[in-house]
Write a protein that binds this ligand. Structure first.
Ligand code: GLU
Length: 328
């Protein structure tokens, strides 16, 4: 393996989780400090110079603005440091897609930035954390890793941030890429890219904001009425992502309430509660007439990240917003 210096930004998650028993099912995320984790990595013979910074020690369900703000500035610092080849972020898997996509939208596609996690805690039988970490080191150390945006390494697979979603609650193979599949296969002894970098030299698409607005995800269900929409507007949501049925559908009363909100200046993005498939404009729902934005390939979690950034950047036009969802 290359001996390049890699900045490791630790945030917690199952990769740093401990249950106190190899066969127990309960555990707590973020229990193992980054120094202890890296000691174990080195004991496996991973040769890269790993330079740790602890950003947080939490389950990623608790990640939010303050951790994202710190992560972003630490990555900028690492990108500006010529002695650092790339960055690994250890992260819980529950919200890895949100953090990865937020960073992807707000960082230059230069040095490689890789999120890595685990589905089984460090002391569980069959733990996947060390393998995933060794794989992440291999990816970040590779000459062809830059210029691809933020990536996620899990289950011997490398994904682009804009494509990932967590699709299983407990299997080690928990992530899927949609609409594109994996970027590469990786093991501790091999790395096979499926194509060249597609974003070499690309600048960040959005400036890092001063904060992120309140944007909620509303999951549509049969028989739902307009009250949940009114409740979300009542607590000051600046935008709503509908996780609709099928191609982003919802009962007429819900759509009518969302249309009213859209026409009052609250952007409404229609995504799907279904795992795969595009949500296109004007299929069953008349987006043009109602003033909605279609999430296209983005699932609800990533659609919310993009919408928060658009609102934070001061964008207001529906057509302008739609254009960013058309090109995630
Ligand atoms: N809920 C925890 C988290 O996202 C554990 C899940 C995991 O890391 O796989 O950090």
């Amino acid at each position: 393996m290359s001996s390049s210096r890699i900045r490791v930004l630790a945030t917690g998650g199952t990769i740093a989780g401990s249950g106190g028993s190899a066969f127990g099912s309960g555990y707590r995320a973020g229990q193992i400090g980054i120094d202890d984790m890296l000691r174990e990595v080195r004991s496996l013979g991973v040769e890269a110079e790993l330079d740790p910074v602890e950003v947080a020690s939490i389950g990623s369900q608790d990640i939010g603005w303050s951790e994202w703000d710190r992560l972003h500035s630490e990555i900028l610092r690492a990108q500006a440091d010529d002695s650092i080849a790339g960055v690994i972020v250890t992260h819980g898997t529950d919200t890895a897609e949100e953090t990865a996509y937020l960073l992807d939208l707000t960082l230059d596609a230069g040095k490689p930035v890789v999120l890595v996690g685990a589905m089984r805690p460090a002391d569980a039988v069959g733990s996947d954390g060390m393998r995933n970490f060794a794989n992440a080191v291999r990816v970040v150390s590779d000459q062809a890793a830059g210029g691809r945006g933020v990536m996620l390494v899990m289950g011997d697979t490398v994904f682009a941030a804009r494509d990932i979603r967590k699709a299983a609650t407990s299997s080690v193979d928990a992530f899927r890429g949609f609409p594109r599949g994996p970027l590469a296969r990786v093991t501790p002894t091999s790395l096979d890219w499926f194509g060249p970098p597609d974003r070499t030299g690309a600048a960040a698409r959005f400036a890092w904001p001063d904060g992120l607005p309140r944007v909620a995800i509303l999951i549509a269900g049969a028989g739902m009425d307009e009250k949940p929409v009114e409740a979300l507007l009542g607590i000051g949501c600046k935008g709503i992502v509908l996780a609709g049925m099928g191609q982003g559908n919802a009962p007429a009363r819900v759509l009518d309430a969302l249309e009213k909100a859209a026409k009052a200046g609250v952007p409404i993005v229609r995504s799907s509660r279904v795992d795969e498939g595009l949500v296109d404009r004007n299929v069953e729902v008349d987006d043009d007439a109602r003033g909605f934005i279609a999430a296209r390939a983005l699932g609800p979690a990533k659609a919310r990240v993009l919408l928060m950034l658009l609102i934070a950047s001061g964008m207001t036009g529906t057509a302008e917003m739609q254009a960013t969802f058309d090109r995630p």
